[in-house]
Ligand binder design. Structure first.
Ligand code: XMP
Length: 566
């Protein structure tokens, strides 16, 4: 196991993902975890992440007392990255001070000693890396030596090979993805740091921009990490998704007694579907799923999703048509948060009724509830103090069933809670969840309620947005670009404009099309369609959807907008 101690960098999980991509199991826990949490995991390597703090500030997070002695006496390798390096240096008796010049962005570093972390000349003597720090190691603890410096002469890599302690001042995990509008925007914003930290906080929640996966920043970063893990630390690459599946099935079977029943709310999304399929494989038809049609689903969504559950996955799913119930409660409601609350509450009522019905039928209360919680949710449920990262559990509380009535007393089964989204897709493939299903764009819990601005029950707004959305998505699929887009959808605007259709003046609705690329939904860029594509889609919409005479395109990134309109 490679354990990452999280000190608040926005994308600490990027390190975890990069290491898992090398078939090495890695976990990430809070950097301030007690020593017992670290030792109980028995890691071979511990990585101290970056973070937005200075080791000099009063509230800067640090690892538990006794960690260094434990690592040393157990031969555990420790690698500090950026803030992690500074922390290591400071806690081992060295000195960290504010650098004369701050280093942000792409930098050349020169490897002075081709040993240890850069051993065997596997990586170049000169490297371009991504730096993002104000403080620097000014005096190293006894036993440490500098093995690389930046072009400005600052310490870029250190090591104490006897004690197995290593440090990189730059971010090797930020190998990056192809550049894009929003990324360029961030780089520009970054160079405006002097304008104030507020900008930065608004953009990222911390100052470690190197973790954002910007344009190929530390091109040899992965090579360095690989060399460090396999050659220096002797880690074995043997972590496979098949093993994860078998282990999870064993855990489920050990948790759920032979006469216990389990319930699951399926949303039609990837996470709940893969979670349910896995649990079904473990306990068979003692799993009872419910799919709720809340009247806010996309065009033919209920039919399509139910068909997949039945035909491809053989999942036992009860479909509850509750559209009337939801829509009557939403009548006249225009506030987006109010809409979300109403939807969450109604969902819980239906789920409660489903569980009680099941109890009557089985003569026994269901004991467990399956949830498709993913690892980023777990990590974000307790971000390190001062990291500026949000609690994703809080963000999502309206659409998962965390708010279930207490008297249901259901215990949770969260079989995906150690996996990232791409790993869930991998697991889904092994479980034979159809590929198009796995690749579906995310769809928000409140559904079309947040894509019809204002009162969703007004006129035929829901019908209009369904038809426009279907044309848009089908055109995207036909153009072969569906998989390059994170999320695409149509939005109904409660606005009428004047048009001419069939030689007649019309006064009809305006719709907007939104398509974004993103890594994780936290930031996003608008997708650049070909003009010919847009022309065709716009024509198709106006010719086929009664009540629409104007199509607009949303060309805003997140930030400053959000992905959804409400
Ligand atoms: P925003 O609009 O906040 O969305 O940029 C980021 C991602 O989250 C999805 N989203 C939601 N998902 N319930 C959900 O289950 C919600 O209330 C909700 N709001 C936004 C959104 O579709 C995007 O993928």
């Amino acid at each position: 196991l490679v354990l990452i101690l999280d000190f608040g960098s926005q994308y600490t999980h990027l390190i975890t993902r990069r290491i898992r991509a090398l078939s090495v199991f890695s976990l990430c826990i809070s950097g301030t975890s007690p020593l017992s949490s670290i030792t109980s995991l028995n890691p071979k390597v511990v990585i101290l992440s970056g973070g937005p703090h200075s080791v000099h500030s009063n509230d800067s997070p640090s690892f538990a007392d006794g960690f260094v002695d434990w690592a040393q006496s157990n031969g555990v390798f420790v690698l500090g990255i950026c803030y992690g390096l500074q922390l290591l240096v400071q806690r081992l008796g060295g000195e960290v001070r504010a650098g004369e010049k701050q280093e942000y962005g792409r930098m050349d570093i020169e490897v002075e000693k081709n040993c240890g972390i850069f051993g065997g000349k596997k990586v170049g003597d000169k490297q371009v890396v991504w730096m993002s720090h104000g403080d620097e190691a000014a005096r190293l603890p006894n036993g440490f030596e500098v093995v690389a410096r930046s072009q400005q002469g600052a310490v870029a890599a250190v090591e104490d090979r006897d004690r197995k302690f290593y440090g990189l001042q730059y971010h090797p995990e930020s190998e990056g993805t192809p550049g894009s509008v929003n990324q360029t925007f961030r780089v520009a914003a970054h160079s405006m740091l002097a304008l104030g930290r507020a900008w930065e906080t608004a953009l990222s929640g911390d100052n470690t921009f190197g973790c954002w996966g910007l344009v190929t920043h530390s091109p040899e970063g992965m090579e360095t990490l690989k060399y460090f893990l396999f050659d220096v630390c002797g880690v074995n690459a043997g972590w496979k998704m098949e093993d994860v599946m078998d282990e999870e099935i064993e855990v489920i079977n050990n948790t759920v007694a032979p006469d216990d029943h389990v319930i699951c709310a399926l949303s039609g999304g990837v996470d709940s579907t893969v979670a349910a399929t896995l649990v079904h494989k473990a306990i068979g038809d003692r799993l009872h799923c419910v799919f709720v049609d809340n009247g806010l689903l996309r065009y033919k969504e209920r039919e399509r999703v139910m068909e997949t559950f039945d035909r491809d996955l053989h999942l036992p799913v009860t479909c509850v048509d509750a559209s009337e119930q939801f829509l009557s409660k939403l009548k006249g409601v225009v506030d987006p948060e109010m809409k979300r609350k109403i939807i969450g509450k109604e969902f819980i009522c239906i789920f409660d009724a489903f569980a009680h019905e099941l109890e009557q039928k089985l003569g026994k209360k269901p004991a467990f509830l399956v949830q498709g919680t993913l690892y980023p949710d777990v990590i974000e449920s307790c971000p390190p103090p001062g990291s500026g990262r949000t609690h994703s559990h809080t963000i999502k509380s309206h659409h998962n069933v965390g708010g279930l009535p207490k008297d249901m007393k259901l215990k949770l089964i969260e079989p995906l809670k150690l996996l990232f989204k791409d790993e869930v897709r991998q697991l889904g493939r092994i479980l034979k969840v159809p590929e198009p299903f796995l690749k579906r764009h995310p769809f928000p819990g409140p559904g079309l309620a947040v894509r019809v601005l204002g009162d969703v029950t007004e006129g035929n707004a829901l019908d209009i947005v369904r038809q426009v959305d279907e044309i848009f998505i089908q055109s995207i699929k036909d153009a072969g670009i569906y998989d390059s887009i994170w999320q695409a959808f149509a939005v109904f605007l409660p606005v009428k404009s004047v048009g001419v259709q069939g030689d007649r003046r019309t006064h009809s609705y305006v719709v907007t099309l939104r398509a974004v690329t993103s890594q994780d939904g936290m930031t996003a860029d608008w997708y650049c369609f070909e003009n010919s594509f847009l022309k065709e889609v716009s024509q198709k919409i106006c010719n086929n959807v009664r009540g629409v005479n104007r199509v607009t395109l949303d060309i805003t990134s997140k930030p400053p907008s959000t992905i959804e309109w409400e």
